[in-house]
Every structure is written in structure tokens, then in C-alpha cells.
Design a protein around this ligand. Structure first.
Ligand SMILES: [Fe+2]
Length: 305
């Protein structure tokens, strides 16, 4: 039986310069630097650890300092990237048994956490920590000028298989079906797209065809991986200006008409601007941003945005 898990606690990225990454997020969104965030990472190791809040997401930045460390090799081999997603679980023992049965490498981490090496299956490693289910966690959120996080977007060679595995282990479900089918339709066959829940988060799995540009390139280079993380913004021109000032460029710029999905009567403006900012070298993931697509968007989303 699937193990129940908490809300998404944090996303951990290895980056070359955590100070630069935080400045960047502050400049674009007024993201908030966070102090004293519990972590599975031993900060006595030769690294700099920093946390920043964006929307409802805690982003954990690991900057390796020592040339001969595990973290430094990760950074050199794969560049800046998303390493893991962390959740609490109310049954560590059962979880460890289940993951061991999957023949996955499990590492002991700080604060009794277990680090599960499942990137080849899900696109990221999982960090699981003890969690008292009867003591609900306050989801903080509201950091910076963005919505709650919409999804973590992952490029993957077999998204149906990733979904089945997450369902088996964690009770994940396919969510936002109409939305993901609409998006897949726009790509005219370049991508299959399915959204799965994991805790309160949405994972947007992309199965790219050879002509799908950066999603295909990342998959070839690094295997299943997080490509970007996505939020809604209210002031897209201000974000574009800040990105420009910070020296980053768009990887993709979109102007979509979403009314076939959300209904003509719910339309906001005559077009919706979206962009993916090419900043994975700074943050470990690209930023995907969209204007609010329609007045009724929350009817189509797994969580209220
Ligand atoms: Fe996306």
C-alpha cells in the first residue's frame, strides 16, 4: 500500500554561487531569504547552504566549496541542477522497506532523513524525513510576487512509467488532465505531457520528441531531470525587465490563447504571455512564468493558485 507523505518541504539544488542565485530571485520577484530551515544536509561539510522562499516553495541552494567533494563532482558532472525533493512520511520503516524492495540506493542523512537515489525513475532524488501525521504542518507561502508553485517540470523518456511508480509508492494520481492535454495539443506531437501529484505538489512530466529543443537536449545529456519550475506572475513586463537587467534571456517566449480550454467568457485580455527564462546555470532550473490565463483557472488546477 502507498505510504502517505507530507506537503513538499523543499527542493534542493546544487549551484555554483548561492549568493548570486538568491540575489537573482530577489531582483526578479522579491523572493525572501529564509533562516533556520531544517535540512537533511550536513552543513559541516565543505559547502555553503542557503534557503530562499518563492511562492509556497522553499528552495534549498547547495554551493560546494571544496574541490574534492561529492557536491562538487555533482556540479561538475551535471552542471547546476535540481538534486532532490524533500517530504515527510509518517512511516519511515515501511517506506525504507518499500524502497529497498525497489533495489534503490538509500543513504542516511541528517535529522534521520533517508536520501533515496531514484533520479533515473522520477527525474530527481527523494529525501524522506520523519513526520508526525497528527501534527499538521503550516504551509508558509506567500513569498515574493508570484503565485504558489504551479509545477515542477521534468523531462523523461517514459512518463507513464514514472507515473505508475509514483502511484505505487506514494499514491500519486494523474491530475490536471484537461490542462495537460490542452498543452500537449499545442506542441503538435513534439511532447507528451502528463501531470501527477506528489504530496501537494504537481509534477509536470514531459516526454519530448527529438525536435523538442531543450527538453530533448537535457534528456540526452543528463537523463530524466528537472527542466524548470513554474509560477504565475501578475506583472510580466516587470519580470522581463528584471531578467534583462540581470543578464538572463528567454529560452522560450509564448503567446497563447487559452479560451478553448477555460472558455471565452473567462478570458483575461486578448493573449496570455508566458516565458521560460534561461537561468538553470544560476538556479539549477529554468524559470517558467505565465500570466494568469483566465478568471476560472483554479477550476483546472490541482491546488488553488
Ligand atoms: Fe510547464
Amino acid at each position: 500500500m502507498a505510504i502517505s507523505i507530507s506537503t513538499l518541504r523543499r527542493v534542493t539544488c546544487v549551484v555554483p554561487d548561492s549568493g548570486l542565485a538568491i540575489n537573482y530571485l530577489e531582483n526578479l520577484f522579491q523572493a525572501r531569504r529564509l533562516r533556520n530551515v531544517p535540512t537533511h544536509i550536513n552543513s559541516a561539510m565543505s559547502l555553503r547552504l542557503a534557503h530562499v522562499g518563492l511562492g509556497d516553495l522553499v528552495i534549498e541552494l547547495v554551493e560546494p566549496l571544496s574541490p574534492n567533494s561529492f557536491w562538487k563532482s555533482r556540479l561538475e558532472e551535471d552542471g547546476a541542477h535540481v538534486v532532490s525533493l524533500a517530504y515527510g512520511t509518517d512511516d519511515m520503516e515501511q517506506l525504507i522497506a518499500d524502497l529497498s524492495a525497489e533495489r534503490l540506493d538509500l543513504l542516511e542523512a541528517e535529522n534521520d532523513a533517508v536520501w533515496c537515489k531514484c533520479r533515473h525513475i522520477t527525474g530527481f532524488d527523494l529525501v524522506l524525513e520523519p513526520w508526525n501525521k497528527n501534527r499538521p504542518e503550516q504551509k508558509p507561502g506567500g513569498w515574493g510576487d508570484v503565485s504558489p508553485m504551479l509545477h515542477v517540470e521534468i523531462t523523461h523518456p517514459d512518463i507513464a512509467e514514472a507515473g505508475r511508480w509514483l502511484e505505487k509508492l506514494f499514491g500519486s494520481q494523474r491530475v490536471e488532465k484537461a490542462f495537460s492535454e490542452f498543452l500537449a495539443g499545442i506542441t503538435a506531437g513534439r511532447m507528451d505531457i502528463k501531470h501527477f501529484s506528489l504530496g501537494d505538489a504537481v509534477l509536470q512530466y514531459i516526454e519530448p520528441r527529438h525536435d523538442a529543443g531543450p527538453w530533448w537536449d537535457l534528456l540526452q545529456r543528463a537523463g530524466p531531470s528537472v527542466h524548470n519550475i513554474t509560477w504565475l506572475v501578475d506583472d510580466m513586463p516587470a519580470v522581463a525587465k528584471a531578467s534583462d537587467a540581470a543578464g538572463t534571456k528567454d529560452l522560450r517566449y509564448f503567446e497563447f490563447d487559452y479560451s478553448p480550454l477555460f472558455g471565452e467568457e473567462n478570458r483575461i485580455g486578448d493573449k496570455t504571455v508566458g516565458r521560460i527564462i534561461d537561468c538553470a546555470h544560476l538556479l539549477g532550473f529554468h524559470l517558467e512564468l505565465s500570466e494568469r490565463q483566465a478568471r476560472n483557472i483554479s477550476d483546472f488546477m490541482f491546488k488553488a493558485v
